[in-house]
Design a protein. Sequence first.
Length: 429
Amino acid sequence: MTDQASYDQFRVRGPVSLRGVVKISGAKNAALAAMCASLLTDEDVVLSNVPAISDATDIAELITRIGGAGSQEQGGALRLSGRGVHSTEAPKDLIKRNRASFQVMGPLLARHGHAACPMPGGDSIGQRPIDVHIDGFRALGAEVDWSGDRWVASAPRGLRGAQIFMDYPSVSGTQNVLMAAVLAKGHSVIANAATEPEVRDLAELLRVMGANISGIGTQWIEVEGVPALRGAAWSVMPDRIEAGTFAAAAAATSGTVRIEGAPIASMEAPLAKIAAAGATVTRDGEAIAIGPGRSPLDAIHLQALPYPGLPTDLQAQMTAMLTQAKGESHIFERVFDNRLLYVDELRKMGADITVAQTRSAAVVRGPTRLHGTRVFALDVRAGAAVLLAALVAEGTTVIEDIYHLDRGYERLEEKLRGLGVEVERVHGV
């Protein structure tokens, strides 16, 4: 993220009913882990369908700054490898602004016997279980300590296979520990592993690279360590969160949108909830068609849960959609303890939302007539929520700190304009 990008803003004119076709990009949370996996081999890992987002740019920069190889191919694919790595210390500036960069710890520790990384930054959505990563590395035989301003992990004789129980089925934690285990000596079991599609995508890539993994897609992953991995070519899965964001936006605006290239099989929870609210949801091959149904939408109850539940990364967008539903909708956040901070931004626009004292539940009353005003994208998904609200609001909404949206959504304003949205990016204000 450049200094100028930090001050960019969106100006969105509403209300608008979305119309048209949108193509879904590669999955952020799968692509970033796949990029980190390139550090597990000296051979080239060629990744296609990597979204052009700032988080991916940060990971690519991190890999090259520690000595790895990285280049962009004609056609957009990324060619990466751990060839030439001369440092196992992750740069503090990149870690602080991109949480996914903590996932270099597993590959560096597995290949080089050492890794150091500051506490990761990213979104301010509550406590995230870094201890799941640390405990996994320790179970594999590493010594891990907090030293100064960073975690330092050391395994000079290499990692060894182990039984690893994850206190929480963390997606990034499962990915990080899995990348460490594939080069460990012997047999490893990751119990209570995350089952999200992004974990499966990484595991399948690792298998193509030569890893011996079974139980992919289950909470019980088994790994037989191998001495080395090879290069591979891999296409990153499409982004179910981006697809869900556009589906919720179409429903909120009584729009008609065809969402192409969506990972439909992994989207049952959000599509079921959008249909329950009254929008028309049609599955058509590899596309989803969202159309107007009941108007206004009906209030529903939803809770964010680990997969196959409703993704926490869609909770904010669904809540914004439900400001246009008749009655009281009840929202329960079961994953992160501070993910409802965006509610204050929606209230500025006229939303009628009450948050429980626990900050883990909310009641949305609607339908509410929203109005344009100045709001902030507090994190990637909170930014998507206020953007969605701007689509139904009367007048102009100014969204500040849109660098968060740039972290997770590729060519966002271009895609929105293709659906009929009046949106302008204003630079460096």
